[in-house]
Design a protein around this ligand. Sequence first.
Ligand code: SF4
Ligand code: SF4
Length: 389
Amino acid sequence: MEYADIIHRCFRCGYCKFTREYQDFNCPTYRKFWFETYSPGGRMWLLRAWLNGEVQSSKRMAEIFYSCVTCGNCVEHCALDFRDNLVDIFVAARGEMVEKGLVLPPVRDYLKNIRIHGNPYKEPQQERARWADGLGIEQYAGQEYLLYIGCVGSYDERGTKIARAVASVLKKTGLSAGILGNKEPCDGNEVRLLGESELFQEMARQNITMFKELGVKKIVTLSPHSYNAFKNEYRELDGNFEVLHYTEALNRLVEEGKVSFSGLNETVTYHDPCYLGRHNDVFDAPRNILRAIPGLALAEMSKIKKNALCCGGGGGNFFTDIIGSGEGAPGRDRIREALETGAKAVATACPQCAKMLEDAAKAEGVEDRIKVMDIAEIVEAAGMRTAAD
Ligand code: SF4
Ligand code: SF4
């Protein structure tokens, strides 16, 4: 295994499972299961023992590695200099499991559906653009940006509503952008995180070729997961596109004074999606948009930005649900934190987070006390105005 020579450096001090101030546990799986093996350091020791042949492969071991949501909290808070490799090490452990045929049934099904259908929902490719029906969104034909939607925005019931809001908002700003419609492929971010690096590379290479043939230079994404794949992983395969998350594109227009808002009298808190925030350092753009809305009060949770608690959907768990639901599910913890702020809405900027948090609010029985909204949905509710209005 690629990282075998550094795994022994972890001495299980346990700093990685806390927040920066070491006042609260912040590894979502440790918080859910309360076993050391479900903490980052515990995973490191288990992996070392596995590589040394001291423990045998088992379903339980696969659950321990596949429950990691790759949130990156441990990368921020591990005390040692190999910290940047922690998530990569856990993904590499999944890679070993894929090679040895030790994947769990939901992981196997996810990967099979991607191979057969090109998406995890088993939906036909010719239905991929149905989310955009009636919106008049242009097909990509050399516009400045390719607007990339992703599988969740294209097929998931909650995701399609967010896709419609994001595309409508961007269209109204006049941003020069087009979609690939029924030709849009899966970005592969979760394929890589679930340990199928070969399939990911095959998908990424095909997508890069397609984008280049179409003349794409700039991409604006709906999902932080696609953003992460294009910005960090495609680059290593010679896919050098300028990549923006839609909140960055929108925030630029806010800062340039090209869009403004009528207003929204609401107290809102903001949940940082791990693949936008911790993995890619986009913390301010979504907050700046919210702060630009007259009447909106931003009430921050106690754990934000690099200390944010994951919703529980990262690393493929949105699809595989290895962590499972119940009292200690990360999304439910996060909703309780959001409620403590007194906010009536929790904003986020990721369709996976929105769905996870909405389900969590229902499980907590508080969906009447707190709404879960994407930033684009808040922008629509706040009456976005442009020079044309
Ligand atoms: S991963 Fe880092 S912080 Fe966590 S137990 Fe190991 S050395 Fe300590
Ligand atoms: S990436 Fe997140 S879930 Fe995985 S071990 Fe690190 S802190 Fe825990």
